[in-house]
Design a protein around this ligand. Structure first.
Ligand code: ZN
Length: 656
């Protein structure tokens, strides 16, 4: 106890030695931007703190284990302190703009507060201290910098680790309206202790705040992660629409139109940007030859380059040239063909469809590894072509004569792309399936480009486009199903049987039933893989579904306990819990299953407490009870449980 207090006191004495600093050519630390993922913090400023030539030596602070060593500072220094858990960043050659201050984060599950202070004035060092929650794993904190901005990441985020990509911070750029909507932290100036300001915390995954025009095209920039439905072209090919999902538009960009440069004199294209709903941005491209324009996503997922194809071919997008690690083409039992490409580095890509072919251009891939590609071709009857289109670009062409493009999944680190195609049914007229070419309504797109956090623990089940009379995509419902446990976490065990197995079986059956009703189903795992609770909830929050349903099996030391339960935690989840429970624990089911209704219970389980959507957790019965276990592991009971859960979900979502 004594030691702990001493550390804290020393630490704060050091902080309070901060002097008003003087430095002619330094980095001015201005602002902190916290993104909505709870995992990225930008330390923004002006100037440059790197001094490549004149090195400055400062002792590593006494709290560090190697307290006698000195550290060469030409770049930032980071270290960690325990009791309380803190992660410290020292920025050299830096001056803090304004007084030292503390940001108290209201909603973060990871960081309690961030303190910024001038640590020393000769040499100039600004110290940033993150005070963490006890459960936060400090080894997951990483700091990246390009000498001008600093990005602090916790765990896996959408930002690529490379510092070669330009970091962009909208510091001071976020307009008042957006700021007011997104306020999530209190800022206190330490010298007078007054709460003076609020800092923004974004509520969507992406904030588009800047458009720049150069001779080659338009660059749309922001922070967070871009995800979108693929561009859809009007029947006359004079308009293309691209919807950015889960994105906020800076109000100054609302309804702005930009000219997109073109290499051809007579060609003209214009891009109009508008907020589509409060969580979507609509990009509309108008022009006569707009099929020649592409939307290229940067490897860090934060920028979109809109340009004529002739420029794209000549643009170097990334100094990191990727290589192919593997190809896989597989056919699922439901008639989907899945084409997986895994790269060793983040890729920048664009997708389009033309003349009955689907194209994906990887703009930083020089060598597509012909040997691996040919081996993959032997395993499929789809005649994919790979083609080097310039020294650093490769094109994959998938003939669409017998296929419909279903979706593209891009892994969050941009190192893996999964394309999914569906066989064209032979008995349906061709017209019905020519969505990409024939659709003249942007909302009718059946294309989803979705970021998924991890390849091995997430799977998106895609539903075919509904027939003409069916609701459009925007009206279609999304459900995240979470089969509890998995992989190294078996869950409860009874009679040598694992909870994780049963949970997955039932979740798959529920998914199948919902998919048949054109509900988008996303599963936190579709195999026997280990997925942390945090990854499950983060995944759901990225998907932004209508509801989240976690499926578990109960267990207790009292072997005679039996029955079914539904848990909820948040108020907005109660009606969902009640409705599903009424179907699942119906009098008919209870009788048939010879079990009992243990009720709808308010419980603070992690997954139903950390998901933004209405969330429930179902306990299907007791694996610790011999009789119940035996029945639970029958196909018949699993079908019945899945039926009742699916019925409840469909009724809740008002899907007929
Ligand atoms: Zn469980």
């Amino acid at each position: 106890m004594f030691l702990l207090r001493l550390t804290v006191i020393i630490f704060f004495i050091i902080i309070s030695f901060a002097q008003s600093a003087f430095c002619a050519n330094s980095f001015r630390v201005k602002d902190l931007i916290i993104d909505n993922s709870d995992r990225i913090i930008f330390i923004g400023g002006e100037g440059n703190f790197q001094r490549p030539k004149e090195a400055v030596y400062v002792p590593i602070p006494a709290q560090n284990q190697n307290s006698n060593s000195v550290n060469l500072i030409t770049n930032i220094t980071t270290f960690t302190i325990t009791s309380p858990f803190r992660y410290v960043i020292d920025i050299p050659n830096a001056v803090l703009d304004g007084a030292s201050r503390t940001y108290e984060l209201k909603n973060s599950s990871i960081i309690k507060s961030v303190q910024i202070a001038q640590f020393s004035s000769n040499p100039d060092i600004v110290r940033v201290v993150f005070t963490l929650n006890k459960s936060s794993d400090m080894s997951k904190f990483k700091t990246y910098t390009n000498g001008k901005n600093i990005v602090v990441k916790y765990g896996s985020t959408i930002i690529d680790n490379s510092i070669k990509y330009k970091f962009y911070t909208p510091s001071g750029d976020m307009d008042k309206f957006t700021k007011a909507q997104n306020t999530g932290a209190v800022l206190t100036y330490n010298n007078n202790n007054n709460t003076l300001n609020l800092i923004p915390r974004m509520q969507t995954k992406y904030y588009l705040s800047k458009v720049s025009q150069n001779s080659d095209g338009l660059i749309l920039r922001g922070i967070g992660s871009i995800s979108f439905q693929r561009a859809v072209y009007s029947a006359d090919n004079k308009q293309a629409t691209l919807i950015l999902d889960n994105a906020t538009l800076a109000s100054k960009l609302q309804d702005k139109t930009y000219n997109v440069p073109s290499s051809q004199k007579n060609e003209k294209a214009y891009l109009t940007i508008s907020a589509y709903t409060d969580k979507k941005i609509k990009l509309t491209l108008n022009g006569d030859t707009l099929r020649d324009y592409r939307f290229v996503v940067s490897p860090d997922g934060q920028s979109l380059f809109v340009s004529h194809r002739s420029y794209i071919i000549n643009t170097i997008f990334s100094s990191d040239t990727a290589l192919v690690n593997s190809y896989k083409m597989q056919k699922t039992s439901q008639g989907y063909s899945i084409f997986d490409i895994v790269f060793n580095k983040a890729v920048t890509y664009d997708v389009f469809e033309l003349n009955d072919n689907f194209y994906i251009d990887i703009n930083n891939l020089g060598d597509y590894n012909e040997l691996l590609f040919k081996q993959m071709l032997k395993t499929t009857d789809i005649k994919v072509q790979a083609l080097k289109i310039s020294s650093d670009k490769t094109r994959f062409i998938i003939p669409m004569k017998d296929l419909n493009f279903a979706y593209a999944n891009v892994e969050s680190n941009a190192k893996s792309i999964q394309l999914c195609f569906k066989d064209k049914p032979v008995n349906v007229p061709k017209q019905e399936n020519e969505v990409l070419v024939s659709s003249n309504n942007s909302k009718n797109s059946n294309i989803n480009v979705t970021y998924v956090p991890k390849e091995d623990n997430t799977k998106i089940m895609y539903n075919e486009k509904p027939k003409k009379t069916s609701p459009t995509i925007s009206a279609m419902k999304k459900v995240v199903l979470d089969p509890g446990h998995g992989g190294s976490d078996s869950g409860a065990i009874g009679g040598g049987l694992y909870e994780k197995t049963l949970n997955l079986e039932v979740a798959k059956l529920v998914a199948e039933k919902l998919t048949k009703k054109n509900v988008y189903v996303y599963m936190t795992r579709s195999k026997d893989t280990t997925v942390s609770l945090e990854d499950r909830t983060n995944y759901s929050n990225e998907i932004n579904p209508d509801i989240y349903v976690s499926i578990h099996t109960n267990s207790t030391v009292q072997e005679d306990s039996y029955g079914v339960e539904t848990h909820y935690y948040k108020d907005d989840s109660y009606s969902l819990a009640q409705l599903i429970h009424s179907k699942f624990a119906s009098a008919k089911n209870l009788k048939k299953w010879e079990t009992k209704d243990r009720g709808v219970i308010k419980s603070r389980f992690y997954v139903i407490n950390h998901t933004e959507a209405p969330s429930i957790l179902i306990e299907m019965g007791f694996i610790s009870n011999t009789q119940e276990r035996e029945k639970l592991f029958t196909k018949e009971r699993q079908e019945q449980i899945a039926n009742s859960i699916a019925e409840g979900i469909l009724e809740y979502l008002k899907v007929k």
